[in-house]
Design a protein around this ligand. Structure first.
Ligand code: FAD
Length: 288
């Protein structure tokens, strides 16, 4: 192994706080460094990490055939004229929401307090309360590792829908995002963000490590939390992984959970949905 890759613990780089050691990790600070790390890894198994708020690490040791590349250091945010906001992939979504509010720019209130990076939000089409990240995206800058090309894609080219984008299942790397936001009174925006923040904190288990909703919302069945409650699975625990007693659609790390514990609880949830409603739940979180 050469260059910028080094061994590190991934525990602080996944929001479940699953303990995992990886032999090859890179933490680039610029887009050029990121591209160099990717080009050094062409043909290898690259695992791109944003802030790790939507991933499940299933191994406690990743050998050097897994090349983890984190965007955390790509933290750049600029509020420009005419409601344009530019952010690099590793910038916290929360920081972008705060900066927009301060500048009197509306449109991000409903995604306020969703943990993670701008790149992660653009990959997952993060959303809440009927809004999604792509509602305000103008364009996304990407890098294609296989060809070494960069491109700027329109919102339409990213093909956003409920928690889906054109990037999922591909090796396309998001370098940054341009948003266009309409003006509004900062006090009104902040008031709405406060309301959303309180709502989230009252419902979601922010007190324990998790990665938010485990599954995509099923179309032909009640919300996952309700299914799990009906099945008596609230608080159900395997090893350190527990179906949150506060929100039964979320698995929390209640103490030294492993990826295997989380996967075992997921299987139990799937089984419950199958038995009660005949639905096959689709994982929202990304298994590594
Ligand atoms: C308490 C809690 C509450 C949550 N609530 C919500 C919610 O309300 N709504 C919601 O949608 N999500 C929610 N989530 C999940 C998570 O916050 C989002 O999915 C978030 O957008 C993930 O961003 P990330 O940077 O952490 O991505 P990561 O978890 O690091 O990565 C997720 C996927 O995106 C890919 N990826 C990341 N960055 C890039 C990039 N630059 N280019 C290409 N691919 C990339 C990764 O390879 C991986 O496949 C919640 C999570 C937690 C912990």
């Amino acid at each position: 192994m050469t260059g910028v890759f080094a061994p590190t613990w991934l525990t602080e780089h996944n929001s479940y706080r699953v303990a995992a050691w990886a032999e090859a990790c890179s933490f680039p600070k610029t887009a050029d460094e990121l591209i160099a790390a990717l080009q050094e890894s062409v043909g290898e198994r690259i695992v791109l990490l944003g802030h790790g708020c939507n991933i499940i690490l299933t191994r406690n040791h990743y050998d050097a055939s897994f090349r983890f590349v984190s965007t955390k250091g790509l933290d750049m945010l600029a509020v420009l004229a005419d409601g344009v906001v530019k952010a690099a992939a590793g910038t916290r979504l929360r920081d972008v929401c705060r900066a927009a509010a301060k500048a009197g720019l509306s449109g991000l209130e409903h995604v306020w307090d969703i943990p993670g990076s701008i790149g992660g939000a653009a990959y997952m089409n993060a959303g809440a309360y009927g809004a999604s990240f792509y509602d305000v995206v103008e364009s996304v800058e990407v890098f294609y590792p296989a060809t070494g090309e960069r491109a700027v894609l329109s919102r339409k080219q990213c093909r956003p829908s409920y928690r889906l984008t054109a990037f999922q299942g591909t090796d396309t790397v998001i370098l940054g995002v341009t948003l266009r936001l309409p003006p509004a009174e900062p006090a009104v925006i902040l008031h709405e963000m406060g309301r959303i923040g309180k709502l989230r904190r009252s419902k979601l288990p922010y007190n324990l490590p998790s990665a938010g909703s485990v599954f995509r919302r099923p179309e032909a069945a009640p919300p996952i939390g309700q299914i799990m409650e009906e099945a008596g699975l609230k608080g159900f625990t395997i090893g350190g992984a527990q179906i949150s007693p506060r929100h039964a659609g979320i698995i929390v790390n209640a103490g030294a959970a492993t990826g295997a514990d989380i996967l075992a609880v997921i299987e139990e949830m799937r089984q419950a949905a199958r038995e009660r409603y005949g639905v096959e739940l689709v994982l929202e979180q990304v298994v590594v």
